[in-house]
Write a protein that binds this ligand. Structure first.
Ligand code: PBG
Length: 330
């Protein structure tokens, strides 16, 4: 960039002097329309369970979902993402509970679609909430099988679509799953069901609290490096994204968020498609715990989300969605 002019005739601080002036020149903004609220669901009745590693985040039994959804609806949050805490007794090696039309996610989707017409519902397509080994796919002889996993994922996606799910979000990182899922949605008359691909999903150490929340942490055998991306890489993220767009993704996600701003930016620059960021559980916990201890100011939440927007995110999945939406309203 060519710099025009110089000090003392140019003083950049002039525009920063007043609040009104800073507002006039602000380049980015955060609004409630940018927020996606993750919701954890659990079995049983009248349950609102705290999650130890995620202060302020809870698991809801289906009959207690209305409270949080009413809040989301009042605040005009556009989309919620449902994640199930499946009891161990329902987990097996190939995640069959994913295909049970009475599983937690199916119940939640139906409940939301019947009662909250103005909120979109998104559900993950992956097996990790349902497998006894905690992996996103079928584990055989220490290998996560790609094509066999896609077969189940496709059935899972169709089931969720049948329940009324608006946005199908494959988070499994199997090769080729977006294309297969798109084809089968189309064949089954779900042409308008959107696909949000977790396209550049890294094998990250920041997912710990989430795995607590869905009860897969103690279960996880080994790690997910054979399918989730290596955090040393960025070109590879562009290949992942490009392929998923070709296969029919409506939007693509980069995950985690804050440590991956460079990826968000380069996806945004290379592909003209909505890019979503996932501010993951570990990021949430670090920020909320530091605020609670008085180490950082509470506005760091707003800053973290604004930085994701500045990098190019169109929307952000964040456990701060409700509190920030409330703040934006005031
Ligand atoms: C599961 C899934 C994960 C997250 C979203 N979907 C965890 C994982 O891949 O192990 C992480 C979300 C978070 O940490 O907030 N496929």
């Amino acid at each position: 960039m060519k710099i025009l002019g110089s000090y003392p005739s140019v003083r950049l601080r002039r525009n920063r002097k007043y609040n009104w002036s800073r507002r006039l020149v602000s380049e980015n903004n955060l609004s409630v329309s940018d927020l996606i609220l993750p919701i954890f669901v659990t079995e049983g009745k009248k349950k609102i369970e705290a999650i130890k590693t995620m202060p302020g985040v809870f698991r809801y039994s289906i009959d207690r979902l209305s409270g949080i959804l009413n809040q989301a609806s009042k605040l005009k949050i556009p989309l919620v993402a449902i994640f199930p805490h499946t009891p161990n007794s329902k987990k097996d090696s190939s995640g069959n509970e994913a295909l049970n039309e009475n599983n937690l996610v199916c119940k939640a989707i139906k409940k939301i679609k019947n009662n909250f017409k103005d909120i979109g519902v998104m559900a993950d397509v992956a097996l990790d909430p349902y497998t006894d080994h905690g992996h996103d796919g079928i584990l055989k002889n220490k290998e996560i099988l790609n094509d066999e996993t896609i077969e189940i994922l496709t059935k899972q996606a169709l089931l969720q679509a049948r329940m009324g799910c608006d946005v199908i979000a494959p988070s499994d990182m199997m090769d080729g799953r977006v294309g297969v899922i798109r084809k089968s949605l189309d064949k089954n008359n779900f042409k308008n069901v959107q696909i949000l691909s977790y396209a550049a999903k890294y094998s990250s150490n920041f997912y710990g609290p989430f795995r607590d929340a869905i009860g897969s942490k103690k279960k996880l055998r080994g790690n997910k490096k054979s399918y989730q991306m290596d955090y040393k890489n960025s070109n590879e993220a562009l290949r992942e994204i490009g392929l998923d767009i070709k296969e029919g993704a409506d939007f693509v996600m980069v995950k985690p968020g804050l440590p991956y701003l460079d990826i968000i930016k380069s996806v945004k620059e290379n592909f003209k498609i909505p890019v979503f960021a996932y501010q993951v559980s570990g990021e949430y916990s670090m920020i909320i715990n530091s605020i609670k201890k008085g180490i950082i100011h509470q506005d760091s939440v707003f800053e973290s989300l604004m930085c994701l927007k500045r990098a190019g995110a169109s929307a952000i999945v964040t456990y701060f969605a409700l509190s920030i939406a409330q703040k934006l309203k005031n």
